[in-house]
Design a protein around this ligand. Structure first.
Ligand SMILES: *[C@@H]1O[C@H](CO)[C@@H](O)[C@H](O)[C@H]1NC(C)=O
Ligand SMILES: *[C@@H]1O[C@H](CO)[C@@H](O)[C@H](O)[C@H]1NC(C)=O
Ligand SMILES: *[C@@H]1O[C@H](CO)[C@@H](O)[C@H](O)[C@H]1NC(C)=O
Ligand SMILES: *[C@@H]1O[C@H](CO)[C@@H](O)[C@H](O)[C@H]1NC(C)=O
Ligand SMILES: *[C@@H]1O[C@H](CO)[C@@H](O)[C@H](O)[C@H]1NC(C)=O
Ligand SMILES: *[C@@H]1O[C@H](CO)[C@@H](O)[C@H](O)[C@H]1NC(C)=O
Ligand SMILES: *[C@@H]1O[C@H](CO)[C@@H](O)[C@H](O)[C@H]1NC(C)=O
Length: 832
C-alpha cells in the first residue's frame, strides 16, 4: 500500500534519454521531469532540515532511497521509498516522469525497481518534485496554481516507520487513503516489519498498535483531550496535537511548537512505539515518552469485563458486578476467559446503568457513535436496545458531549487514576447501585413513576446517605482511586468532592496522650510525628507541623485537600487534618512496621527483609513516585525522598510518606529554583543541593540513592569504604566499573539473592544518580527498565561522590548496618 511497484505492463512512461543529472545545481531541493538523481547525489530542503538520497541502512549493503535529517549527526532515516525492493548496486537512478510519477530504476539492468504510482493514476502538465523542510517530498503540477492545489503525490501519505510533525495518522475518507506506519524488519532492513500503528475505524475510531493481524496495544479512542488508553499524551512545550474526526477525514496529528527541536514518533522493529527527542548536547535521540508502558497495556490482558490495575497484585480483577468466567483459570493467573455478570441480563425494561470511573474506554470496534447527542439521549438510546451494554460521552472536552455505545463484551479496560471518562454499564435491576441512581437523576435519569416504590427508594436512600456520611466522617477519608462507583456526581469542582475530616484538638490530645514524648515516632522535615490511638481503637500518626508556614487558612485547607486526593497503594494515606489556632496537624494512617530505615540499617532487623522483599519494596517506591510525578493530577515533586520516609505496612508494602509536603510547606513553585532547600544530605541531587534547582529528576536522584541503600543495606552518607574514601555511590560506581557489583549485596540477604535482579537494580540505581539531571531516566523508564530484560545504557559518572587517595581514611567494616547518624532532614537557606 505504501508503495506501488510498477509492473512491466505499466512501463509506458515516456522515459529516458533527455534526463540530465542534478549535480550541476548544488544543494537543489527540487527535481523536475528532465532530471535524475544518481547514487551520490541528494536533494536538500530549502532550510537544510532534511535530505533525500540513496543510503545503506545499518551495515546492510542494499541501497534505498530515503529521507533523513540533514543536521543530525547520526543518520536518522524517517522515510524510505523502496523499502521492500532494495537495489543491490550503486547504479540506481531516481527520476520524475513527465506524468508526475517518481520512479527508481536500476540503470545497469534497465528495470524500474519502485515507483510512486502507476501511469494510469496521474497526468500532469509540468510536474516538479520538491523536498520540503517538513520532511515531506511532494510532486506538484506547475501548470496548476501550486498554492491552491493539493500535491499530486506526497511522501507524507505513505509513511514508513515514523510519524513526523504535520503527518496525518489516519484516514482521508474521500480519497480512500489509510495512512499508517509500519516498523522496519530490523535496524539493517527497512522492509515492512510485523508491527503497525494505525487508526481503526470499525466503530468509533481508535488508534491501535498491531502485531500482524492481532492487536498488541490500544491507545484507544480520542476522548476530546487525549487518547483514552494513552493519557501520557498531554499538553507540553514541545508539540501540540489534535485529532480530527469529520465526514472527510479522521486523523491524529502533532505539530512542533518550536522549530529548535527535533522530535518524532517511531515504531521500532521490536514493536515499541516511542516518542524520541533529539538532545543536541549529547548528540543522541532520547526517549521522551512511550504510550505503552506496563503490563496493563497488553491488549485484553484481563479478558472481557476484566480490569487491569498496575498497582494491584494480581493486576487483573473483575469489574464490580462481574465474576471470573472460569474461577480455576483465573486463580492461576490465566485471565483470558475474563469475567461474566453475577446476574445475567434478560432484557428487562427496568435494567439500568452503573457508573464506572478512572478507567480507559473499552475496545470500540463494533461500537456506534454520534458526536452531537447529549448524555441523556445517549442513555435513552442505549437503554432502548437490549444488546447495548454500555454508553458514555464520546467527548469529555468542554461541556462533555457526544454518544458512544458498546454492544457485547467490554474488552481491554485498565485503571487510570487520572482519566476523566465515565463509563455507564448496563445491569439487571437487582444489581443497580442505589446511591448512584439517585444522584444521577440530576443528569436526566428517568424518574420513577410508581410512587410507593419511589417512596421506599427515597427512604432507603436517605438512610444510606446518612449512614454513609457518618461513616465517612468516622472512618475518615477512604480512597476514591479505583472506586468503580463514584459516589458523587459533581466531578468538575475539585474542592467539592472530597470532604476531608477535621479532627478536633481535644481528640488528638487524648489520642496522643497530650503529645507525650514517649508517643513521639520521629521528627520529619516539617515537624514531629506522634503515634495516637483514637477512641474506637484506630491507630493514627499525627504530624504536628512546625509553625513556620505563612499560608492562610483556606490556602492550607485547599492544599491539604489536594494532597488527600493523592491515593495510591504506595503512598501513606492522609486521614484528615486539624486546624486550631496556630496549630496545624495532619493525621495519617499508622504503619506498624515503621520506617524502612529502622529495618534495613539495623543488624538484626535487616534479616527480615530478604531479596524478594527488597525488590518488592524498590518496585513499590518506584510506582508511588511515578504516581506523584505523572499520574496524579497535581504532579508532585517529593523533594525529600529517603529511606526514613518509606514506611512499611504489615505486609511489608512500602508507602511513601511526606509527599506533597514540600509543595505545600516548602514553597509553591513546582519546577523551578528555590532559595529554600528542603531535603536531606546524602539524598539530594547536586543541582538541588548546590543551586536549589529541583525537578522530577532530583527526586529520581534520591530514588537512585535509596535503591542502592536498599540493595547494600548501607547508608549513602556516612558510608566510607576502605582506600577510596568514597561514599556509597562512589563505592558502587567503582565496583560497577570493575564488574564487581555483586560484592555490594547486603550480607543479610544470604541465600535469597537473585543475581540478575540485583545487578539490574544497581545499574538502574546508578542511572538515577548520574550527575547531569538530563541523563537520569524518568520514573516511567525506571519502572520499564526494572521490569524488562533489555540491555540498559551505561551510567555516566554519578553526582556527589568523593574519590580521593587515602589518607586519614576511616575504616568501616561492612556488616549489617553501620552506626553512623543520618537521621535529620535539613532545611537550609542558600544565600543567592
Ligand atoms: C559521484 O558522482 C560524480 C559525478 O557523476 C562522479 O564523478 C563520482 O565518481 C561519483 N562518486 C562516487 C563515489 O560514486
Ligand atoms: C551489523 O553490525 C553489527 C555490529 O555493529 C553486528 O552485530 C551485526 O551482526 C551486523 N549485521 C550484519 C547483517 O552483518
Ligand atoms: C493502477 O492504479 C489504478 C488506480 O489506483 C488501479 O486500479 C490499478 O490496479 C493500478 N494498476 C496496477 C498495475 O497497479
Ligand atoms: C499547533 O501549533 C501550530 C503552530 O506550530 C498552530 O498552527 C496550530 O494551530 C496548533 N494546533 C492546535 C491544535 O493547537
Ligand atoms: C446525531 O444525533 C442528532 C441528535 O439526536 C441527530 O440530529 C443527528 O442526525 C445524528 N447524527 C447521525 C449521524 O446519526
Ligand atoms: C441494537 O443495536 C444493534 C447494533 O447496532 C443492531 O444491530 C440492532 O438492530 C439494534 N436493535 C434494535 C432493536 O434497535
Ligand atoms: C469536543 O468538544 C470540544 C468542546 O465542545 C470541541 O471543541 C471539540 O471539537 C470536540 N471534539 C470532537 C472530536 O468532537
Amino acid at each position: 500500500m505504501e508503495e506501488r511497484r510498477a509492473t512491466k505492463t505499466n512501463m509506458i512512461f515516456s522515459f529516458l534519454v533527455l534526463y540530465a543529472s542534478i549535480t550541476s545545481t548544488h544543494a537543489a531541493d527540487t527535481i523536475s521531469a528532465n532530471q535524475i538523481l544518481r547514487y551520490n547525489e541528494t536533494l536538500i530542503s530549502p532550510h537544510e532540515t532534511f535530505e533525500l538520497g540513496f543510503f545503506n541502512p545499518g551495515n546492510s549493503t542494499n541501497h534505498y532511497i530515503g529521507i533523513w535529517y540533514k543536521r543530525i549527526s547520526t543518520r536518522t532515516v524517517v522515510w524510505v521509498a523502496n523499502r521492500n525492493s532494495p537495489l543491490t548496486s550503486t547504479s540506481g537512478e531516481l527520476a520524475l516522469t513527465l506524468q508526475g510519477v517518481l520512479i527508481l530504476r536500476d540503470a545497469t539492468k534497465g528495470n524500474v525497481v519502485w515507483s510512486s504510482a502507476n501511469s494510469s493514476t496521474t497526468s500532469a502538465m509540468n510536474p516538479i518534485g520538491q523536498l520540503l523542510d517538513t520532511g515531506n517530498f511532494i510532486i506538484q503540477d506547475e501548470a496548476e496554481d501550486i498554492d491552491k492545489k493539493e500535491p499530486i503525490w506526497q511522501s507524507f501519505d505513505f509513511m514508513t516507520d515514523t510519524l513526523l510533525p504535520g503527518m496525518k495518522l489516519g484516514w482521508n475518507l474521500v480519497m480512500g487513503i489509510d495512512r499508517h506506519f509500519t516498523s522496519w524488519k530490523s535496524s539493517d532492513n527497512p522492509a515492512s516489519g510485523e508491527f503497525s500503528y494505525l487508526v481503526d475505524i470499525r466503530g468509533y475510531p481508535q488508534v491501535l498498535l498491531m502485531n500482524g493481524q492481532s492487536i498488541k496495544f490500544r491507545a484507544g479512542p480520542w476522548n476530546g483531550l487525549t487518547f483514552s488508553g494513552a493519557p501520557a499524551l498531554r499538553p507540553n512545550l514541545i508539540y501540540n496535537f489534535t485529532f480530527v474526526l469529520n465526514q472527510g477525514e479522521i486523523y491524529y496529528q502533532y505539530n512542533l511548537l518550536t522549530s529548535s527541536v527535533f522530535t518524532r514518533l517511531v515504531l521500532q522493529p521490536s514493536g515499541r512505539i516511542e516518542r524520541l527527542l533529539w538532545i543536541d548536547s549529547k548528540q543522541e535521540w532520547s526517549l521522551y515518552v512511550s504510550p505503552e508502558s506496563d503490563q496493563c497495556d497488553r491488549y485484553a490482558l484481563c479478558g472481557p469485563f476484566g480490569r487491569c490495575s498496575i498497582d494491584r497484585s494480581p493486576v487483573c480483577e473483575c469489574l464490580k458486578g462481574f465474576e471470573p468466567t472460569s474461577p480455576d483459570q483465573w486463580r492461576v493467573g490465566d485471565w483470558s476467559q475474563g469475567c461474566r455478570r453475577t446476574v445475567p441480563l434478560d432484557c428487562n425494561p427496568a435494567e439500568g446503568f452503573n457508573k464506572y470511573t478512572n478507567l480507559n474506554l473499552p475496545d470500540t470496534r463494533g461500537s456506534w457513535y454520534n458526536q452531537t447527542m447529549t448524555l441523556v439521549e445517549c442513555e435513552k438510546m442505549c437503554k432502548s436496545n437490549c444488546s447495548c451494554t454500555a454508553y458514555t460521552n464520546s467527548n469529555v472536552s468542554g461541556s462533555e458531549s457526544g454518544c458512544l455505545l458498546w454492544f457485547g463484551d467490554l474488552i481491554n479496560i485498565r485503571t487510570f487514576a487520572a482519566n476523566v471518562e465515565t463509563l455507564y454499564i448496563r445491569f439487571s435491576p437487582s444489581e443497580l447501585d442505589l446511591i448512584d441512581k439517585s444522584k444521577s437523576s440530576g443528569a436526566g435519569r428517568s424518574v420513577r413513576v410508581i410512587v410507593p416504590i419511589a417512596f421506599v427508594v427515597l427512604v432507603v436512600l436517605v438512610s444510606v446517605c446518612l449512614f454513609y456520611r457518618c461513616n465517612r466522617k468516622k472512618q475518615h477519608q477512604q480512597g476514591t482511586r479505583g472506586n468503580e462507583f463514584e459516589l458523587r456526581e459533581n466531578r468538575s469542582d475539585d474542592n467539592e468532592d472530597i470532604e476531608l475530616p477535621l479532627f478536633s484538638m481535644s481528640t488528638l490530645l487524648k489520642a496522643t496522650n497530650h503529645f507525650s514524648v514517649n508517643r513521639k515516632l520521629g521528627e520529619g522535615g516539617f515537624g514531629p510525628v506522634y503515634k495516637g490511638v483514637l477512641e474506637d481503637g484506630q491507630e493514627i500518626a499525627v504530624k504536628r507541623l512546625a509553625k513556620t508556614s505563612t499560608q492562610g487558612l483556606q490556602e492550607f485547607k485547599n492544599e491539604v485537600i489536594s494532597i488527600s486526593k493523592l491515593q495510591h497503594r504506595n503512598l501513606v494515606k492522609l486521614l484528615g487534618c486539624c486546624i486550631e489556632g496556630a496549630e496545624k496537624m495532619l493525621i495519617y494512617e499508622y504503619m506498624s512496621n515503621k520506617g524502612l530505615n529502622s529495618i534495613i540499617f539495623d543488624k538484626t532487623q535487616s534479616k527480615l527483609l530478604d531479596w524478594p522483599a527488597r525488590y518488592h519494596i524498590i518496585h513499590g517506591i518506584a510506582h508511588g513516585l511515578l504516581y506523584l510525578h505523572q499520574d496524579s493530577r497535581l504532579r508532585i515533586i517529593h523533594r525529600d525522598l529517603k529511606v526514613s520516609n518509606i514506611l512499611l505496612d504489615t505486609d511489608m508494602n512500602p508507602k511513601i510518606s511526606d509527599f506533597g509536603m514540600a509543595r505545600t510547606f516548602g514553597g509553591n513553585q513546582i519546577e523551578a529554583n528555590t532559595n529554600r532547600v528542603v531535603g536531606t544530605y546524602g539524598y539530594m541531587a547536586p543541582e538541588y543541593a548546590g543551586d536549589g534547582i529541583f525537578s522530577i529528576k532530583s527526586d529520581v536522584y534520591s530514588f537512585g540513592v535509596l535503591v542502592l541503600e536498599v540493595v547494600c543495606g548501607e547508608k549513602n552518607r556516612g558510608f566510607i569504604y576502605k582506600e577510596h574514601c568514597n561514599n556509597l555511590i562512589g563505592y558502587v560506581w567503582r565496583l560497577h566499573n570493575e564488574d564487581n557489583s555483586l560484592q555490594l549485596v547486603d550480607k543479610c540477604l544470604g541465600e535469597s539473592i537473585n543475581e540478575s535482579q540485583i545487578l539490574r537494580s544497581v545499574h538502574v540505581g546508578l542511572l538515577c544518580v548520574q550527575r547531569d539531571p538530563e541523563d537520569r531516566p524518568t520514573m516511567e523508564s525506571v519502572i520499564m527498565m526494572l521490569g524488562s530484560e533489555s540491555p540498559l545504557p551505561s551510567p555516566k559518572e554519578p553526582g556527589f561522590y568523593i574519590e580521593k587517595t587515602m589518607q586519614n581514611t576511616i575504616r568501616y567494616s561492612r556488616s549489617c548496618g553501620t552506626g553512623s547518624n543520618n537521621k535529620l532532614s535539613i532545611t537550609m537557606l542558600i544565600g543567592r
